[in-house]
Ligand binder design. Structure first.
Ligand code: PEP
Length: 255
């Protein structure tokens, strides 16, 4: 945790879910009680096809919705893409950019991610920029170098609107059931905090730093208690209200 920074528990449904899944959102809203709302914010990034319905479903709940990607342009000949204005129009308040699955499956570079991040922030969205090392990079001992490069290349120099959030997601921990140790997470997040303060000053000290990669109810309390970990980005375990709430409930245990 970072003193004075409210944690964020964010879900990423990836390419999962149809309108039949909206009941999970209703169950999340029912289980996100006042005591927990005071401790943490909650966000669910659903597939674009569900964003409008999800936003409507949660319209009277203190849970935000968001998208999992965007195009950097406002509109135009980009078949299949969606713009940040479209996300906002569908009720989304947030967007994930630079997820490792986008970087791998769609060859997104830091430069591409940077333009998407700028577009998300310019629209006033909470913009979650994902970074993280692969297994080979970790084995080569270059984790911190990778984080440094990705932070330098993916984050804008300044922004007037929206909220910039950074998610550290070791690629080898995503969807594998493997997690770094709490000490490894502390080292990575401490390093990122230092980089952000060097670059953005006081503002960099308050940027929410999420950890993502196989977060589950069973390991959430340990990971979320780590210094400079200001919440979680959760894939698989965000699909079911019981699991997602189980992760968020870790904040009821953390002083
Ligand atoms: C993710 O996709 O952002 C993620 C962290 O996935 P999982 O929780 O399933 O590892």
């Amino acid at each position: 945790m970072t003193p004075g920074v409210k944690p964020l528990v964010a879900g990423n449904w990836k390419m999962n879910g149809t309108s039949a899944s909206l009941g999970e959102l209703t169950a999340m809203a029912a289980g996100f009680g006042v005591a927990l709302q005071e401790k943490a914010d909650m966000l669910v990034c659903v597939p674009a096809t569900l964003l409008f319905q999800a936003s409507q479903t949660l319209s009277s709940a203190p849970i935000s919705t968001g998208a999992q990607d965007c195009h950097a342009a406002a509109n135009g000949a980009h078949t299949g893409d969606i713009s940040t204005g479209m996300i906002a129009d569908a009720g989304g308040l947030a967007v994930i950019v630079g997820h490792s699955e986008r970087r791998t499956d769609h060859a997104e570079t830091d430069a591409v991610v940077l333009e998407k991040a700028k577009a998300g922030l310019a629209e006033g969205l909470m913009t979650i920029v994902c970074i993280g090392e692969t297994e080979a990079e970790r084995k080569a001992g270059s984790t911190l170098d990778i984080l440094k490069t990705q932070l330098a290349g993916s984050l804008p120099d300044s922004w007037e609107k929206g909220e910039l959030v950074v998610a550290y997601e070791p690629v080898w921990a995503i969807g594998t059931g493997l997690t770094p140790t709490a000490e490894d997470v502390a080292e990575a997040h401490g390093f990122m905090r230092g980089q952000l303060v060097d670059r953005f000053g006081e503002k960099g000290g308050k940027i929410r730093l999420l950890y993502g990669g196989s977060v589950k109810p069973a390991n959430a309390a340990e990971l979320m208690a780590v210094e400079n970990v200001d919440g979680a980005l959760v894939g698989g375990a965000s699909l079911k209200a019981e699991d997602f709430l189980g992760i968020a409930n870790a904040y009821l245990e953390i002083a």
